[in-house]
Design a protein around this ligand. Sequence first.
Ligand code: MG
Ligand code: MG
Length: 246
Amino acid sequence: MLRRAGLLVAKVLSKLKEEAKPGISTAELDETAMQMTRQAGAIALFKGVPCPYMDKPFPGGICASVNEQLVHGIPSKKVILKEGDILSVDFGVKLNGYCGDSAMTVGIGQIAPDRKKLLVITQRLLAIAIEQMAPGVKWSLIAGMMEAAAKDAGFSIVKDYVGHGIGTEMHEDPKVPNFVSRELLRDDIVLTEGMILAVEPMVNMGKSGVRTLPDGWTVVTKDKKCSAHFEHTIAVVAGGCEVLTA
Ligand code: MG
Ligand code: MG
């Protein structure tokens, strides 16, 4: 059931990757995602999520975050993608009661080399997790490798947002950080067969500090430098793991 939900998310993101070209608005991308979701008989998970700061449920089906925005960007007709932008799209569905959650950052047209490097490194962090995830492995080991890979590239890991368990709900226990915290070392996650995690590294080109804009949703870097986000829903299986949103 989770594979089916994951496959739909993958199909939507791959379609949006094709459509994300200079001149298109993030509202148009949202419309594509909502149409595909409805056609599949699924529910878009992000639409209507209550805002923690004000009475303003999330209006979009996708989160569309451009450049210094890292997550929770609201799709809008006014946000027209330009050559050289980077766009993070986060998307999740519930299909037949089970959830899938995935994110990608794509370049719009030709992008600057430092932005390209940010995308490559952030995707690399997610690849490290996929390479290492297997029953018996402690999450702190993987989180440490991800954190080190970001630092080695001269970037920083976002610490305000983390991955999560996923199943019949979008956000389930445990919390899955992309860095080693004292909390994680005290209460480490030992991966077991059948565990399903949404692993989602967010990497900033500059410093790790982030803040939420007055719209109540859009999260941006404090230093206004670019941020990237890649996420997959991943099942721990005998001998390794399986990406459900590929
Ligand atoms: Mg997500
Ligand atoms: Mg997630």
